[in-house]
Design a protein. Structure first.
Length: 174
């Protein structure tokens, strides 16, 4: 963004020094116009920055996912086969994180808590037996959010919209 203002300012200086606008009045108008230009484009440039930040987080999330989650939840987020049927040891296989699973039925905060603390109350019964590890000791909060951003980025648009509603409903119920 700063670079962008710098460019506009430089452009303005060029215009001034080349005396394209000979009269002070014209120079004044040119200055006003370039200010309007900055004001109009500022939100667009800022949005582009926000978008880039989101992409950074998603890219980092993919690295985290591939390294720490894909082993059980699948390289393509497809989960383990027959993930709804308990195994002989009584534990559930890892569910998919793509749109065929139920990850998107949950609000962001709950996904964060399950990832950080594991399946413990209030997200699971006391002493619940599961293969899902708690990642709080391994991953920083920032990395947990980025892996969630990556998982969400893999959902189709309509599923993302539905999960947004789940999110706002959960925030209202607090
Ligand atoms: C060792 C295997 C394993 C690894 C590695 C693993 N998980 Fe899991 N995960 C599971 C299992 C099994 C479940 C289902 C547990 C249950 O319901 O008993 C689960 C469930 C979850 C759930 C709840 C999903 C839902 O729909 O309720 C989330 C969220 C989750 N895992 C996130 C992650 C993230 C993020 C990572 C990587 C940082 C990860 N898991 C790594 C095995 C694993």
């Amino acid at each position: 963004m700063r670079l962008f203002i710098l460019q506009v300012t430089l452009l303005e200086e060029v215009v001034m020094t080349k005396k394209i606008f000979p009269s002070y009045c014209m120079q004044f108008i040119a200055r006003v116009l370039s200010c309007v230009f900055i004001v109009l484009l500022y939100p667009a440039a800022n949005n582009a920055n926000a978008g880039a930040a989101e992409n950074d987080s998603t890219a980092r999330g993919k690295l985290v996912y591939d390294r720490f989650c894909s082993l059980c939840h699948g390289k393509n987020l497809q989960g383990q086969p027959d993930w709804r049927t308990r195994k002989l040891d009584g534990k559930l296989p890892a569910p998919p994180h793509d749109e065929t699973g139920h990850t998107w039925h949950h609000p962001d905060k709950m996904l964060f808590d399950i990832t950080k603390y594991g399946l413990v109350p209030p997200n699971a019964p006391e002493n619940y037996k599961t293969d899902m590890p708690a990642w709080g000791g391994t991953l920083k909060d920032k990395d947990i959010w980025s892996v969630i951003a990556y998982i969400k980025s893999r959902w189709p648009e309509d599923i993302r919209e539905k999960q947004k509603e789940v999110n706002s409903a959960s925030l209202k119920n607090r």
